[in-house]
Design a protein around this ligand. Structure first.
Ligand code: PEP
Ligand code: MN
Length: 340
């Protein structure tokens, strides 16, 4: 619940209320404001009700947070969260673009990709070293060797790097090399992974499960915040529908809705949503119009030879065209207003 304190309440008085909340085994939040201090109390509804904050002399109002997710809800935190990955901000008024291949394959491929996407304006480099593949016989990623290449190339091109972690036991290893941990669609509800990734303190890119509802996705984000890490970027990457002409179906409803309901930034992965490169640019522009804070796009210097997801990967000239159209680094809203 959200507890608004009366104007003039001192820090000491607020602290007393906070200890009262915590003494009940509840989680407390302290949000000082210029006019009014706001406290949050999270936990079992029955315990909360027994505290009777509504009749406390220092309390102006008490509002229950009705959504099942609390820390990620906009009610609890009205302002947009901006997540920082090195120099790249996600969630501010600039449109962030993360680009790179599905899988790290070798040094040369990563160097060529990084050089091209950085010149075009990408703010971070992606590349998978641990790959969640449908077939156990498909390329599973280069593992730690791939992480080393990604780190080295990121450093050479001064780009923060994003890569997937698939297992709680890999978190420490991946953290040695990555600036942001990606939790993939297949692992969105791997709760021990969510907790372990949260505890690492690294910013987390939380992809939506292909069969997950918006509420399930936000509850997964709640696990990460509840474990102490507020730096979560949501990623809509397409959901499974009856339509088989494309790999998945991009759910732009979800982009608009999570912006209404949460303070967390949301970006779009048009590559996995479409599965086909010809759709990637139009879906990216649609995502920008729908209010996404950025994109994560698969790019390969020679998509025909890619070891995974070649059909949906842009080549470098196609990415440069996309980047020019979304103008990374300029103000997204202003850009839409002038219709460029
Ligand atoms: C990926 O980013 O390469 C990937 C496997 O994504 P997803 O988890 O969205 O399928
Ligand atoms: Mn991929």
């Amino acid at each position: 619940m959200i507890i608004v304190l009366k104007p003039g309440t001192t820090k000491e008085q607020a602290d007393e209320l906070l200890s009262k909340i915590e003494a009940q085994g509840l989680k407390s939040l302290y949000m000082p404001g210029s006019e009014r201090t706001v406290l949050g109390a999270l936990g079992d509804e029955r315990v909360l009700a027994k505290l009777h904050f509504e009749s406390h002399p220092l309390v102006e109002s008490v509002t229950p947070v009705l959504a099942p997710y609390k820390l990620v809800s906009r009610e609890m935190h009205p302002h947009d969260t901006v997540v920082q990955i090195g120099p790249l901000s996600i969630g501010g008024d600039r449109f962030a673009v993360i680009a790179g291949p599905c899988s790290v394959e070798n040094h040369e491929q990563m160097l060529e990709t990084a050089r091209g996407v950085k010149a075009a304006g990408a703010g971070a480099l992606r590349g998978g070293a641990f790959k969640p593949r449908t077939s156990p016989y498909a390329f599973q990623g280069m593992g730690e060797e791939g992480l080393k290449i990604l780190r080295d190339v990121g450093d050479k091109h001064e780009m923060p790097v994003v890569t997937e972690v698939m297992d709680p036991r890999q978190v420490d290893l991946v953290c040695k090399y990555a600036d942001m941990l990606q939790i993939g669609a297949r692992n969105m509800q791997n709760f021990s992974l969510l907790r372990a990734a949260s505890r690492s303190g690294k910013p987390i890119l939380l992809k939506r499960g292909a069969g997950a509802t918006i509420e399930e996705w936000l509850m997964a984000a709640e696990y990460i915040l509840a474990e102490g890490n507020p730096n979560v970027v949501l990623c809509e990457r397409g959901i499974r529908t009856f339509e088989r002409a494309t790999r998945h179906t991009l759910d732009l409803n979800a982009v608009v809705m999570v912006r209404e309901r949460t303070h967390l930034p949301v970006i779009v992965d048009p590559s996995h949503a479409a599965g086909l490169r010809s759709l990637v640019v139009p879906l990216s522009l649609g995502s920008l119009a729908a209010g996404a804070s950025g994109l994560i796009v698969e790019v390969h210097p020679d998509p025909a030879s890619a070891m995974s997801d070649g059909a949906q990967s842009l080549d470098l000239p196609m990415f440069a065209d996309l980047a020019a159209r979304v103008h990374p680094g300029r103000h997204a809203r202003a850009r839409l207003a002038v219709g460029s």
